[in-house]
Design a protein around this ligand. Structure first.
Ligand SMILES: Nc1ncnc2c1ncn2[C@@H]1O[C@H](COP(=O)(O)OP(=O)(O)OP(=O)(O)O)[C@@H](O)[C@H]1O
Length: 578
């Protein structure tokens, strides 16, 4: 609750004025039946005449207008407060996700995060809006109508009191059943969002594998699960309304029966009975409102817990304890000292084991190894995308944990293996590396990444709009744009994680050449599948099953590293066969 108070505070005036205005409506609702009873008893039956009836009628119209103003104002402030609250909460939730480390991101699936950012917040917003409109109105109406009913005829009012505990008990049981069902419903919505999102992102793969039927079945199942869990939860809600109506009708019948007898016996007037029936209706309607508030709150509570889960996630990778927050990467020296790492902390096997390594400023270092040997994992430790479990990674002699994350990552440019572009123009995408870069700088980096040629061939050049994820450029073009984007960052350490795999060898050689001549002082770490991509490197690191099994130039490794020889000859064989 303390967490949510923060979001209510900026809208405190709306949170207070809204319910107060709703009270105006309640007062009107309580007064109206009394005015009606006066018209019947004193105007019609009591013979006070037409002017009395008109005066009462006018009072009723004025009261109704007041009620309308209160209702509209109350609703307006309720909407203002609840949407402001939801807006700020959504923003904070999104910001929190931006702070997530890679490990945190691995914990949640994207569909679930989308549900939490959208539907779950909407549930909380609806609950707040409902609360502000009804939280004072329902109890106000209940108490007001009860007082009026007792003051009109206390014996008859006892009939109403009998039904209240029964209803309260029924609501309690309904809620007990409803809460877990709402929780399940939100989980099913997560699953549906995940299936939908995965399908839409990978629609081209689905089509190329002709797996539409399979995907349709998968979607239908998730959709059916959601439908069933919704029906299951709503059954409880469906049951609430008729139960309330039943109680209302039985109570009204009892009041008409006992009240009617009193009218016949001359102990009660028709006007009072009419007013009484109105109050009974108000009492039961307010009970329905209370039950709706509670029911909706239980749904919103399930959502609030899910939102809280994200907000309370411990960010396992922060720079809070960094000792040198103000320093930046100056030279680009990288050292690994007895580094051990694994993704799943309960696993026995290390993904990286006892890694010791020194990469000097300005060096070009190639990393070679079989798939899954740990190459990407190794380089991701440099900009602290993951933290080591044992040992330390140093940049310019300082532990990466002691840098401000922003400074470290500004100094280390990494082109990830699974890199994506964003919707927007090519220039927008490149400027992602440095939003203040001049056009000349953008052109220069595109040139170095060998992207200038194909960009100029597009009719719109740098203003060409890229589709979502960069769908309208080829794989190799996309890789070159990603490299250019990273070059704009002017990093001291440049890491290319298999970033030229889709680029032809001649273009790749040109990229290597331009990196060599134009980024002389930058430390370049290049992960590659092809030995030809790193053959000229100052140093090649060979990784096998998470361990470094060879470090040296191509010549050194050919002489002393068996694993390197295996890779080399397997690639030469392929070449000969090809
Ligand atoms: N996010 C992750 N969560 C859990 N395990 C992971 C994750 N990323 C990689 N792994 C595992 O860690 C090991 C090393 O993976 P890594 O991506 O570093 O290999 P790689 O040498 O770069 O492979 P490739 O050449 O195929 O890109 C593999 O066994 C892989 O399954």
């Amino acid at each position: 609750m303390r967490r949510y108070w923060k979001y209510a505070k900026p809208y405190l005036s709306a949170f207070i004025i809204g319910p107060i205005l709703m009270i105006v409506e309640v007062i009107g609702e309580v007064v109206m039946p009394l005015l009606l009873s006066n018209i019947i008893d004193y105007g019609v039956n009591g013979g006070r005449g037409i002017y009395y009836i008109i005066a009462m009628g006018v009072t009723m119209v004025i009261t109704a207008l007041g009620m309308m103003a209160g209702g509209v104002g109350g609703a307006y402030f309720a909407i203002k407060a609840s949407s402001g609250f939801a807006n700020d909460l959504r923003k904070d939730l999104f910001n929190k996700i931006q702070e997530f480390s890679f490990t945190n991101i691995d914990q949640y699936n994207t569909g679930s995060l989308i549900t939490r950012l959208t539907n779950d917040i909407t549930q909380v917003q609806n609950m707040i809006q409902m609360m502000l409109r009804l939280a004072l109105r329902a109890p106000g109406m209940l108490i007001g109508a009860l007082i009026m009913a007792f003051s009109l005829n206390s014996k008859l009012a006892l009939v109403i009191l009998c039904v209240i505990p029964l209803l309260a008990l029924a609501i309690y049981f309904i809620l007990k059943v409803a809460f877990p069902r709402f929780k399940t419903m939100q989980k099913k919505l997560d699953a549906l969002n995940t299936v939908t999102q995965e399908n839409l992102i990978n629609i081209r793969v689905v089509k190329s594998f002709v797996r539409e039927d399979y995907e349709q079945d998968k979607f239908s199942k998730a959709n059916k699960d959601l439908k069933e869990s919704t029906v299951n939860a709503m059954k409880v809600v469906i049951f609430t309304m008729p139960l309330m109506m039943f109680a209302m009708n039985v109570t009204t019948l009892a009041v008409v029966w006992f009240g009617g007898n009193q009218v016949v016996a001359g102990n009660m007037t028709t006007g009072v009975l009419t007013a009484f029936i109105n109050y009974v209706a108000q009492i039961l309607i307010s009970l329905i409102m209370v039950s709706m508030i509670i029911l909706n709150s239980s749904r919103a509570l399930a959502s609030a817990k899910r939102i809280n889960e994200v907000l309370c996630t411990d960010i396992d990778l922060t720079d809070e304890k960094a000792l040198h927050k103000d320093i930046t990467v100056q030279y680009g020296k990288v050292e690994f000292k007895e580094v051990y790492f694994k993704y799943y902390k309960n696993n026995e096997k290390w993904v990286l084991e006892n890694v010791n390594l020194v990469i000097n400023p300005g060096e070009t270092v190639g990393i070679i190894g079989s798939t899954g040997s740990g190459k990407s994992t190794l380089v991701q430790l440099i900009p602290r995308l993951y933290d080591v479990d044992r040992g330390e990674v140093l940049v310019d002699g300082v532990n990466v944990k002691d840098y401000a994350l922003k400074n470290l990552r500004n100094g280390v440019g990494i082109v990830l293996q699974k890199n994506v572009l964003f919707s927007g123009t090519i220039k927008d995408n490149l400027k992602w590396g440095d939003e203040n870069a001049s056009d000349d700088e953008v052109f220069k980096c595109a040139e170095s990444a060998q992207a200038q040629g194909f960009i100029s061939s597009f009719a719109e050049g740098y203003e060409t709009e890229l589709g979502q994820g960069g769908v309208n450029v080829s794989g190799g073009q996309k890789q070159r744009l990603c490299i250019a984007r990273t070059l704009l960052k002017k990093p001291k350490i440049l890491i290319l994680d298999d970033s030229t795999s889709a680029v032809d060898t001649a273009t790749e050689a040109k990229i290597r050449e331009s990196l060599k001549t134009e980024l002389k002082d930058t430390t370049k770490i290049i992960i590659a599948q092809r030995i030809s991509s790193v053959i000229d490197a100052d140093k090649i690191i060979v990784i096998d099953d998470g361990k470094i099994v060879g470090v040296g130039t191509h010549g050194d490794l050919m002489q002393k590293c068996e694993a390197y020889n295996e890779i080399y000859y397997s690639q030469m064989d392929k070449k000969v066969t090809a």
